[in-house]
Design a protein around this ligand. Structure first.
Ligand SMILES: C[S@@+](CC[C@H](N)C(=O)[O-])C[C@H]1O[C@@H](n2cnc3c(N)ncnc32)[C@H](O)[C@@H]1O
Length: 230
């Protein structure tokens, strides 16, 4: 990496390797389903024009959120830094005839002027289960702000750091590349406000039971972090 590369990328060997089996993990499928359900539930208040919205997704993975979201919005540009993940999503786009609605690209978005965005600004920028892997969240939040139209909304979804128990979200052999064991509500609110978002809200969006390494299941709270570009 050059010294000018922003510090919000992750080593993606892990996600390239995991792409082929990603959709066989019940907990990632379930968390995307719950993320979409929450977003749709809140959309009358937060994104009233969702049906025609242009959406940018950061860290789309294999498209577990992207594909079902696509039927509720105008279009989705889905970016991920792992080639394997985008390969899986592009296969779904082809087999499900979603080419008109979904574009998927391998990209670490460094700024909102990047050619991948084709000079577009978006109504909604979403990201699910990505921020706990991102070294510098402030930089990524600032880039997300710049990708939005005035009045556009960001929707960041990830599990919450609600104390030491959050560490059990990942088994120990998956800790490499995990920058933090969940997001802290107060810290995220501060990052959003400092980046320049208005109408910032951070709230528990759902809880999900997940099997943990020590045996049994544990309930993990997820946060929705949202705000509007002034
Ligand atoms: C835990 S996976 C979640 C994937 C998908 N959102 C889901 O819920 O199934 C995290 C994903 O974020 C991607 N990623 C991490 N940092 C990224 C960044 N700065 N920009 C784009 N993708 C990123 C990884 O390659 C990986 O596919």
């Amino acid at each position: 990496m050059s010294s000018t590369t922003p510090n919000y990328s992750v080593g993606n060997d892990r996600f390239d390797a995991e792409a082929a089996t990603w959709d066989s993990k019940p907990e990632v499928v379930e968390s995307s389903r719950l993320c979409l359900r929450t977003l749709l539930h809140h959309s009358p208040k937060y994104v009233p024009s969702l049906g025609s919205a242009s959406v940018l997704e950061i860290g789309c993975g294999t498209g577990l959120l992207t594909v079902p979201l696509a039927e509720h919005v105008g279009s989705v540009l889905a970016l991920d830094t792992a080639k394997g993940m985008i390969g899986m999503l592009n296969a779904k786009v082809a087999t499900q005839g979603l080419g008109e609605k979904v574009t998927a690209k391998v990209k670490l978005l460094e700024n909102a002027e990047d050619d991948v965005l084709e000079r577009k600004k978006f109504d909604l920028v979403v990201s699910h289960l990505v921020f706990h892997h991102v070294p510098d969240m402030r930089q990524l939040v600032a880039v997300m702000l710049d990708t939005l139209k005035q009045g556009g909304r960001v929707w960041i979804s990830d599990f919450e750091d609600d104390g030491p128990q959050a560490e059990a979200f990942h088994p120990k052999d998956k800790h490499a590349g995990v920058e933090r064991h969940g997001l802290k509500a107060q810290e995220m609110e501060g990052i959003m406000i400092q980046a320049g978002f208005k109408d910032v809200e951070v709230f528990e969006s759902f809880r999900m039971d997940k099997e943990v390494e020590s045996g049994g299941t544990q309930a993990f709270p997820f946060l929705a972090i949202t705000g509007v570009r002034p």
